[in-house]
Design a protein around this ligand. Structure first.
Ligand SMILES: [Zn+2]
Length: 92
């Protein structure tokens, strides 16, 4: 009986994570970026709720505050570090 409950919990978790992937996002009236519900940027603004896929199709870009991993890839972050390092070296 316990095992069945565990399976149900696992399925519920999988379903919820799939749902999270197709997340709702929020856009502001004149904004060109879409945000997560928790973003501070849209906290006191009038927003329109839509599917993330829909937002992308409409030409919206992910907000750099709430979609850090999408906006800034690891490679460009690494490059930025290298630039800073080089700047430091050239100074000394
Ligand atoms: Zn945002």
């Amino acid at each position: 009986m316990k095992r069945i409950a565990l399976v149900i919990i696992c399925l519920a978790f999988l379903a919820s994570s799939t749902f999270a992937f197709a997340a709702d996002v929020y856009v502001t009236k004149n904004g060109k970026k879409y945000h997560k519900e928790t973003c501070r940027w849209i906290k006191n603004r009038e927003t329109t709720k839509m599917d993330e896929k829909e937002a992308i199709e409409k030409g919206y870009e992910p907000c750099s505050r709430c979609f850090k991993s999408k906006a800034v890839s690891d490679k460009s972050a690494q490059k930025a570090k290298e630039v800073v390092q080089k700047a430091k070296e050239s100074k000394s």
